[in-house]
Ligand binder design. Structure first.
Ligand code: DD3
Length: 336
């Protein structure tokens, strides 16, 4: 198990460690490299619990603060990653929560009492994300890791990063499924079908859409071949402006969150190399929204207006995880 993940402020509570230490799974399933056929059976999935046969190999990371756990295991012999996350309590559910729950008193002292509230199952959901078959990269991605700030000059990009990206085969299948309406069709919030400046806006699957507090949508461009911020030139300004304007407009219409409450940004480096823009709610500390990785779309637009080659001529900084193969390549090149 890696280090303790969650940031803790003093006075955050939990002076004592109540959490049971991670128990080693009884039968350590042999976890090698997976890979296998794809399966899609929507209705079947609803009835059957695919997780009932999940064999745990290892806890990749966990956070008491975020109430998440990332588990590596196997589902019928295939490598899998399962992410479990307790979802926020919705105000709309409060009256039912108060009236329909069982309360077990834990402690009573003066005017203070603590209870264990046993909520009805439908108000006590856990969001489960399953990646199966998962590759070694998926498993790595969720392992708690130290990160390092990379300083990438345009030359580094050409001689180290770009060749690395080309030899790695990041699958963009799920992105193309969205663009070709083969998946998540019913989740589309807005589409501009223009092949050049168009995009699809939909909720990122990290967001359960039950409350706008942690609103998280992504805009995926119809135009293919723009790998990242590095590829952006002034010729992409119409696309970027379009995503900014129509994206924020659709979000304010659908969710009543005005553009003044939105953080609209690109990641460098992105986790998938097809141009996409993140929309998260201001005040929600979304993963990856820190200054070392996020570039505000408004700034990107301004920078390209001032200098059409801004992103191909600048040194860009980005955090890389210790186990990232790219980091090793920078080390080998004596750049770190
Ligand atoms: C991903 C980044 C990518 C594991 C995990 C997530 N939003 C997605 C597939 C469909 C999606 C996303 C890759 C993958 Cl947990 C590996 O994210 C997605 N659909 N972020 C939506 N709507």
């Amino acid at each position: 198990m890696a280090e303790f993940g969650a940031k803790r402020e003093p006075g955050d509570g939990e002076e004592k460690d109540f959490s049971p230490k991670v128990k080693k799974p009884k039968a350590e399933a042999k976890c090698g490299n997976g890979g296998g056929k794809e399966e899609e059976s929507g209705e079947e999935e609803q009835r059957q619990n695919v997780l009932s046969e999940f064999e745990t190999c290892a806890v990749l990371s966990e956070s008491a603060r975020d109430k998440t756990i990332f588990v590596h295991g196997k589902i019928s012999g295939q490598e899998a990653v399962v992410i479990l996350e307790k979802t926020p309590i919705q105000k709309e559910a409060l009256s039912e929560l108060f009236s329909e729950s069982r309360l077990k008193l834990q402690m009573k002292n003066d005017i203070y009492r603590t209870y264990q509230l046993l909520a009805p199952p439908q108000l006590n959901e856990i969001k489960a994300t399953v990646v199966c078959p998962a590759t070694q990269k998926h498993i790595q991605k969720y392992q708690r890791q130290e990160s390092f700030l990379l300083q990438e000059t345009p030359d580094d990009y050409q001689s180290i990063t770009l060749p690395h990206l080309q030899e790695q085969s990041f699958s963009l299948q799920w992105v193309y499924n969205i663009l070709e309406k083969k998946a998540e069709v019913d989740r589309i919030v807005f589409e501009d079908p223009d092949p050049n400046t168009g995009f699809i806006l939909l909720p990122d699957f990290k967001w359960n859409q039950q409350q706008v507090d942690d609103l998280y949508l992504i805009a995926i461009s119809h135009q293919r071949g723009i790998k990242s911020l590095r590829d952006l030139k002034s010729e992409h300004l119409p696309l970027l402006r379009n995503i900014l304007h129509k994206g924020t407009e659709s979000i304010s219409e659908r969710y009543s969150v005005p553009s003044s409450k939105l953080r609209v940004y690109l990641h460098y480096q992105p986790s998938y190399f097809h141009l996409h823009v993140h929309f998260t709610r201001l005040g929600f500390d979304a993963p990856g929204c820190g200054v070392e990785r996020a570039h505000l779309l408004q700034d990107v637009i301004q920078n390209l207006q001032t200098d059409p080659l801004h992103y191909s001529t600048r040194t860009l900084y980005c955090p890389l995880r210790a186990d990232d193969a790219l980091l090793q390549k920078f080390r080998e090149a004596g750049r770190l």
